[in-house]
Design a binder for this molecule. Structure first.
Ligand code: ASP
Length: 597
């Protein structure tokens, strides 16, 4: 070993010992009589010191040739610091140098390698190996490592076995496009990279493995929305001889184990909400439950009294849904603030036509932006509705109301609710609120490129998801209302995992493929192996997969998953460090029998 200690471990009890450290030079301060060097490695930072009057000239000379990021080996005595640094774990001591060897000089790095850096995103990505030297990024990967370790401990403890499934496979439909790999040995034929190991894990259940998991790379060729990666990692799991309740318990257990063992947090029992309630009360299938602010309908399907129609306010009269939230304590918002909020919901990203507000003044009076149409008596009715179906309103509150077609109005109010949550400081990234969302619809109607003639039913989760047995008859009469035995886990308004109880009978699976527009021949060509397997004793089974990168970013209190991936791709799916994707040589193309236009 070139070193006796790391740069993170020396403390007062080490004073008087001779040590050798290796690392990178983070900073040098040369004050003439004294030179200080901050030496960094994976474990921390230690200050080295040279006192000109007491140091050999050669040593001083070596020290004066150092630059940032030089790799050095430093030997000296641990001494107590005169000016201690309470912000640094090694801040009580420093090393009085007696030896210094440059192991490798370094070019000046293109950005500051410190927690707070001056490097922009692009530069940091191009020199990711330097970015990874920064403590803040390194700590994210350390967290990721602990998450993976603890996942394995929990899963192993529950008798799950980790089985690797292949990466060169055939398309598994999870709703995205496949990445494909040409086969040289089979010209004109392609492998697909797995969007998930879905069919393999189901086959492992047929094989009798009973409890499977894998921390596994998955690939989806999607148009990259912000903070998506074309390759990402899942904790992928499957179990046999279980019902939905068993899965919920088992994986709530995993999440609580992770919170406990990685963050020292006792996560309370995870509450549950149906998809229908999530949509009605939060306008989203992944509500952020760190705060309340539920939706209250003043006109809509769930309303017993229609509180807005027939008052000659055309917007509400025409609307399918009139729905609001209570922004607690915001009655004091100025006209300017309210105008700004109205503009905010009208931005194209939200797309609302407008925003109606009601101020519940501290003196108890009610004042709205639609006073022309609604009397104070009417507004009292609204408040009463909030009191019965939402969170009680009090003087000082502000009701924010939107209207329109149901799905749109809900989506827009969801955005506004999240925005108000943020503005009111209710979305602390270091607070955690988990939720199960249950009973998703089995199917959703979709069109390709907005062309009505291409309209058909799509599996909301994937084609292997089982309908709720009691809803199976509806598959013929009202497919859109069939509920699935499917569930998502949501933390802080982000979907971190999802899964379902699977179909395990050949007839039902064939019927499902039929509903999704596959001819029997197409179903056989694509999934014949699975349908065959279901004839050889498939057990009832189900599972779930967690987005591991996302889970890590939430545990790290961060918005972006990128900093929890060692070598991520940018928003155009490029790795700018290795410059990929890239063209390949003609000879390679020829070998693959691929003609590039
Ligand atoms: N394969 C599914 C997914 O990737 C998860 C599951 O159903 O287990 O979303």
């Amino acid at each position: 070993m070139l070193r006796t200690h790391t740069c993170g471990e020396l403390r007062m009890e080490h004073t008087g010992t001779e040590v050798t450290l290796c690392g990178w030079v983070q900073r040098i301060r040369d004050k003439g009589g004294m030179i200080w060097i901050d030496l960094r490695d994976r474990y921390g930072l230690t200050q080295l010191i040279l006192d000109e009057s007491k140091t050999a000239p050669e040593l001083l000379q070596t020290a004066r040739t150092l630059g940032r990021e030089f790799v050095v080996k430093a030997t000296g005595e641990v001494i107590e610091r005169v000016a201690k640094n309470p912000n640094l774990p090694t801040g009580d001591i420093e090393i009085r140098l007696t030896g210094l060897e440059v192991l490798n000089p370094a070019k000046l790095p293109p950005f500051l390698i410190e927690d707070e850096t001056d490097g922009g995103d692009d530069l940091r990505m191009k020199y990711r190996y330097l970015d990874l030297r920064r403590g803040s990024v390194r700590r994210n990967l350390e967290l990721r490592h602990r998450m993976a370790q603890q996942t394995r401990i929990y899963m192993d403890g529950q008798d799950f076995i980790e089985v690797e499934t292949p990466v060169l496979i055939k398309s598994t439909p999870e709703g995205a496009r496949d990445f494909v790999v040409p086969s040289r040995m089979n010209p004109g034929e392609f492998y697909a990279l797995p969007q998930s190991p879905q069919t393999f894990k189901q086959l492992l259940m047929v094989s009798g493995f009973d409890r499977y998991y894998q921390i596994v790379k998955c690939f989806r060729d999607e148009d990259l929305r912000a903070d998506r990666q074309p390759e990402f990692t899942q904790i992928d799991c499957e179990m046999s001889f279980i019902e939905q309740e068993d899965i919920l318990q088992m994986f709530e257990g995993l999440i609580r184990h992770l919170f406990k063992n990685v963050k020292g947090i006792d996560l309370p029992e995870v509450p549950r909400m149906t998809y229908a309630d999530a949509m009605q009360f939060y306008g989203s299938d992944k509500p952020d439950t760190r705060f309340g602010m539920p939706f209250v309908e003043l006109k809509g399907a769930f309303d017993t009294v229609d509180l807005t129609s027939g008052k000659a306010f055309p917007v509400f009269d025409a609307a399918e849904l009139v729905v609001g939230i209570n922004a607690k304590g915001c009655a004091g918002y100025t006209r300017k603030q309210l105008d700004e909020l109205t503009e905010w919901v009208k931005r194209p990203q939200i797309g609302a036509k407008g925003l109606v507000y009601v101020r519940y003044n501290p003196d108890g009076t009610l004042k709205s932006s639609v006073d022309k149409f609604y009397s104070e008596e009417d507004l009292k009715g609204w408040v009463a509705q909030f009191n019965t179906s939402g969170e009680p309103c009090e003087p000082g509150d502000l009701l924010l109301i939107m209207a329109g077609e149901t799905a749109k109005a809900r989506k827009q109010l969801n955005e506004l609710r999240l925005e108000m949550g943020t503005r009111l400081g209710l979305r602390d990234p270091n607070k955690f609120s988990a939720l199960w969302v249950l009973d998703f619809p089995l199917l959703e109607w979709g069109e390709e490129d907005g062309k009505p003639e291409t309209g058909r039913w799509f599996a909301m989760h994937h084609p292997f998801t089982s309908p709720k047995p009691e809803d199976i008859p509806l598959l013929e009469t009202d497919p859109g209302s069939v509920r699935a035995n499917a569930y998502d886990m949501v933390i802080n308004g982000t979907e971190v995992g999802g899964g379902s109880i699977r179909i395990f009978q050949k007839e039902l699976q064939s019927m499902m493929f039929g509903k999704l527009g596959f001819t029997p021949e197409e179903a056989k060509a694509q999934f014949g192996f699975l349908l065959d397997a279901f004839e050889f004793g498939a057990p009832p089974h189900g599972g779930i997969a967690f987005g591991f990168d996302r889970l890590c970013s939430i545990f790290g209190g961060a918005d972006s998953i990128r900093d929890f991936i060692a070598f991520p791709k940018n928003n155009s799916g490029r790795d700018v460090m290795i410059d990929s994707p890239s063209t390949i040589a003609q000879a390679q193309l020829d070998e693959l029998k691929i003609a590039v236009k």
